[in-house]
Design a protein around this ligand. Structure first.
Ligand SMILES: [Zn+2]
Ligand SMILES: [Zn+2]
Length: 258
């Protein structure tokens, strides 16, 4: 049994055939899914999916690309939403310096506020960080150290960065981008990261594996990532599966189907 620890099945990309996508995930052994919110609208959509499908969980977050869209009132509404509908994590939140409409200073302020909220509500965090490692680390060190459990999702930095993230007590999750042809450095990180500190995700609809590159990704492709990584690491697929599934269940507090 696999858990897709980060996907966006509530996104419009799945409107035409969501039922079929969900059925394929189940058929391929992906028995639990975490739908990750990125702004007030998608937070609500993720919550609604988790109400319809008991094997799905929802998070509530504010993606760095949306950091500049939220007003003071919006922060209050966010906290009210989280209080009334407790998510399994706060996220995705973080910093993304690749072609973002949100200025870095705005992203940093929003990120810090979200970490503070997660700490007060005793919720783990899902951190998104792209080409912003030093700033992400600095904020996590001052705002999260010792106070928060977290995962840096779609981990795409080097081995030195991995060590710094693990030293914070955080987990990392790997996406199908480790299967890309040009990802040898990242693959080396994914191959050597401690097995009990990693989780698997698809980030669907993004980042389809190499064999489907450029197409829409979907949770059933997690099985491809699990096959690929267990082979690369030279371990039994069942060992990878059981370990990462246990980690995910503990991290998000999921009750998994037996
Ligand atoms: Zn992300
Ligand atoms: Zn995502």
């Amino acid at each position: 049994m696999l858990v897709d620890t980060h996907c966006h099945l509530h996104f419009d990309a799945f409107d035409p055939d969501r039922e079929a996508v969900i059925q394929r995930a189940l058929d391929f052994g992906v028995k639990s899914l975490v739908n990750v919110g990125t702004d007030p609208k998608t937070n609500r959509q993720a919550l609604e999916l988790s109400r319809t499908y008991p094997f799905m969980a929802a998070t509530a977050g504010l993606h760095p690309h949306h950091a500049h869209e939220i007003s003071e009132e919006g922060f209050k509404d966010f906290e009210t939403f989280v209080t009334q509908n407790p998510p399994v994590a706060i996220g995705e939140i973080g910093l993304d310096y690749v072609k973002s409409q949100s200025p870095p200073e705005t992203q940093k302020t929003t990120f810090a506020r979200m970490l503070d909220l997660a700490a007060r509500r005793n919720l783990p965090v899902i951190v998104h960080s792209r080409e912003a490692f030093e700033d992400t680390l600095a904020i996590l060190r001052s705002e999260a150290r010792g106070k928060l459990r977290g995962v840096m999702h779609c981990f795409s930095y080097d081995r030195d960065a991995l060590k710094k993230v693990l030293d914070l007590g955080f987990l990392v999750s790997f996406t199908c981008n480790v299967t890309f042809k040009n990802a040898s450095a990242l693959l080396e990180v994914a191959r050597t990261a401690p097995l009990d500190r990693i989780m698997l995700e698809t980030d669907s609809p993004y980042l389809a594996p190499q064999i489907y590159r450029g197409k829409r990704n979907e949770p059933c492709c997690l099985t491809h990532l699990a096959d690929f990584l267990s082979e690369e690491r030279g371990i039994e697929r069942t060992v990878l599966e059981e370990t990462t599934t246990r980690t995910a269940a503990e991290f998000f507090g999921l009750s998994l189907p037996s």
